[in-house]
Each structure stands twice: as structure tokens, then as C-alpha cells.
Design a protein around this ligand. Structure first.
Ligand SMILES: *Cc1c(COP(=O)(O)O)cnc(C)c1O
Ligand code: SF4
Length: 344
């Protein structure tokens, strides 16, 4: 059998029976590139018109509906970019975005208007300027490689980039954020694992995973190779209507992450990305889901529910509160819904 390839066109999706011919889909496809890896394609249940895997990657006519509050730069990256490829919002850490390509294109992506094969990687000179920016600022304690997906770099280039950052004494932590181990686990070879690992700085890897079915055996094995290499793993999930906005799905996802040796880190409230209203959930609903998880799941499996404040103001926890004011005492609500007095 031929090696399956990533699906990249509407015509390919039509051949697979994932979309019907519809001229309005061309507009959706035009607004963001398409990519569905063989692994993700293999997880789609064709009999389910609301399949949660398909919903993340298959373009929809709903993407052409732009609401007034939606933004082209929803988390304000542009306002915080002192040099190309760097976003510097917090004094002690920077984002470094070496590439704009991804192994899949998630229709709800918060960098939807930046990612894709059209947005080119940093040139060698631009990357050197970004590294020089970090080198010149001793306050930068952590560098977060993101993108696009930094694990789309060839292992040789990734190794050179990690080594250059590792050579900067004040960089104590090198964190990589990627969807590759989830959606294209075969890419996590021994060579790639070795390339990610700095000699001196502490490595961390955040993986983006939204549905328990994404943690198929090959993905679990890839995560195991990373964990065995001594790279601590964090999970990032986007709360998405029709994908994971139920207690049962989030319960299964968080448990599946922990058993794959991934610590759930953030549950992201969906950003105000243009054309993604069909994925949005209210913050009240997100809080209700978090409250339910608190009573059901191990502390290991609890993510922090966060909102990236539009305009480049950073992330804040928006989970439910458990404390209220009572007469002469605080009122604490427990995870099972009962309220108790606590001397304030
Ligand atoms: C999300 C983000 C970070 C990392 O935030 P943590 O809370 O440390 O995970 C850093 N810089 C920017 C600009 C970000 O958007
Ligand atoms: S992999 Fe990440 S950066 Fe790429 S499209 Fe998906 S959410 Fe966006």
C-alpha cells in the first residue's frame, strides 16, 4: 500500500467524503490552509456527522461568518513583538516563533491568520537577530518555542536553535509547544528527541491535545519516548464547542493525558478569532465544567482554565471561585457543592 499523505486540498477532502462540494467552502478554505495528517484522518468516524476530530480540521461554511467582536490578532501578539519572531509580554519569558507551518491546521487556531505555508519561516539572519535580542536581556529566564509548530523544523535545524539558546547562560528553561507528537507521532524520532534536549537548560514540552481519541497508541508511544528522554510533558487543551465541551469528554481527556505522562497545564478559553464563533463556549459554561472536574478528577488531572485577555494583556485564570463573604467568616464552597464557614 502507498504511504498515506497529509490531505491539503478541498478536492482531497471531497474524495475522502469529508465535505460536499459547496462554493462557500472555497471561501473558508481560502481563509486558512488545510492539513489533515493520516493519523488524524484515521481517527475520524465517517458515520458521525458531528465527529469531534473532523470538526477541528475540516473547513466549514461557518468560518465565513465573522462577528463584530472577533479580531485578526486576537491575543495582541503584534503589539508585543519587538523584533520579528519574538513576542515579549512578560519580563522573564519570551515566545520565539521560528516557523509558521504546522502539521495540521486547526480551524479554531488563535494564530489562524498567521499560520500556513504562505507565512514563511524566519530567515537565518532574522533568527540570529531574535536570538541576539534574548542574549542581550539577562532578565529572560525562559524561552518558549512556538509558531506555527517548531517541531516542523528539521532535527538538524532544531538542534542548532536549541544549542544557540542553551549557550545563553541566563536562559534557564527552554519550553517547546507543539502538536506534532499528537497528530504526527512518527515524526518524534530518536533524532528529534535528541534535538529538543538542551545540555544545560531545563527542557519542557507542551503538547496541544483536545480530545481523548487523539491519544491513540502511536501518540502514546511518542509521548513515552519524550518522557523517557527526561523531557517533562504538559498538556494544553482549547475548550471547543462540539469537540470537548462536556464533562465526560474532558474527564476522559484529562485522564488520558495523565496516563500518557502529560500533566494537564491549561484549558484555554477559545479566543476571539475571526470566523470561529461556532467553536465558542461561554465562560460561565467553562466554569461549570471546571467545577464538575474538580469533584471528579485527581489533582494531577486538573488544568488551569485561562483566558488570554484580548489586546496583548496576557493570560488570567478564569476558573470558578470557591470563596464568598459571609457574616464574620468566609464561605467556602466545596467540590461537591456544599458551603462551609471558614474564619477569614
Ligand atoms: C502564553 C504566553 C506565554 C506563556 O505563558 P505561561 O503562562 O507562562 O504559559 C508567554 N508569552 C506570551 C506572549 C504568551 O502569549
Ligand atoms: S497546530 Fe497550533 S499553531 Fe498550528 S494551526 Fe493548530 S492551533 Fe494553530
Amino acid at each position: 500500500m502507498l504511504q498515506m499523505q497529509t490531505l491539503r486540498t478541498l478536492a482531497a477532502l471531497e474524495r475522502e467524503g469529508l465535505v460536499a462540494a459547496d462554493p462557500r467552502l472555497a471561501e473558508a478554505a481560502h481563509s486558512m490552509a488545510i492539513a489533515i495528517t493520516p493519523e488524524m484522518l484515521g481517527l475520524i468516524d465517517r458515520a458521525d456527522p458531528d465527529d469531534p476530530i473532523a470538526r477541528q480540521f475540516v473547513p466549514s461554511v461557518a468560518e465565513t461568518e465573522i462577528a463584530a467582536e472577533e479580531l485578526s490578532d486576537p491575543i495582541g501578539d503584534d503589539a508585543r513583538s519587538p523584533v520579528k519572531g519574538i513576542v515579549h509580554r512578560y519580563p522573564d519569558r519570551v515566545l520565539l516563533k521560528p516557523v509558521h507551518v504546522c502539521p495540521v491546521y486547526c480551524r479554531f487556531c488563535f494564530r489562524r491568520e498567521k499560520v500556513g505555508p504562505g507565512g514563511e519561516a524566519l530567515s537565518a539572519a532574522e533568527l540570529e537577530a531574535a536570538i541576539a535580542y534574548i542574549r542581550a536581556r539577562p532578565g529572560i529566564w525562559e524561552v518558549i518555542l512556538t509558531g506555527g509548530d517548531p517541531l516542523m523544523l528539521a532535527p538538524r535545524r532544531l538542534r542548532a536553535l536549541i544549542a544557540a539558546l542553551d549557550a545563553i547562560e541566563h536562559v534557564a528553561v527552554i519550553r517547546v509547544h507543539s502538536r506534532v507528537p499528537i497528530v504526527d507521532p512518527g515524526r518524534v524520532t530518536a533524532g528529534l528527541v535528541a534535538a529538543i534536549k538542551p545540555r544545560r537548560a531545563a527542557p519542557w514540552l507542551g503538547v496541544h491535545c483536545n480530545h481523548p481519541r487523539e491519544l491513540a497508541p502511536a501518540t502514546r508511544a511518542a509521548l513515552g519516548r519524550l518522557a523517557d528522554a527526561g523531557i517533562p510533558l504538559l498538556g494544553q487543551t482549547v475548550l471547543l464547542a462540539g469537540v470537548n465541551d462536556s464533562v465526560e469528554t474532558l474527564d476522559q481527556l484529562m485522564r488520558a493525558l495523565v496516563t500518557a505522562r502529560v500533566k494537564p497545564y491549561y484549558l484555554h478559553h477559545p479566543d476571539l478569532v475571526r470566523g470561529t464563533g461556532h467553536f465558542r463556549v461561554s465562560i460561565a459554561r467553562g466554569q461549570e465544567l471546571m467545577r464538575a472536574l474538580r469533584g471528579r478528577l485527581s489533582g494531577l488531572a486538573q488544568p488551569t482554565y485561562v483566558l488570554d485577555v484580548p489586546g496583548g494583556h496576557g493570560k488570567v485564570p478564569v476558573g470558578p471561585g470557591y470563596l464568598g463573604d459571609g457574616p464574620g467568616a468566609l464561605l467556602v464552597r466545596d467540590a461537591f457543592g456544599e458551603t462551609h464557614r471558614y474564619p477569614g
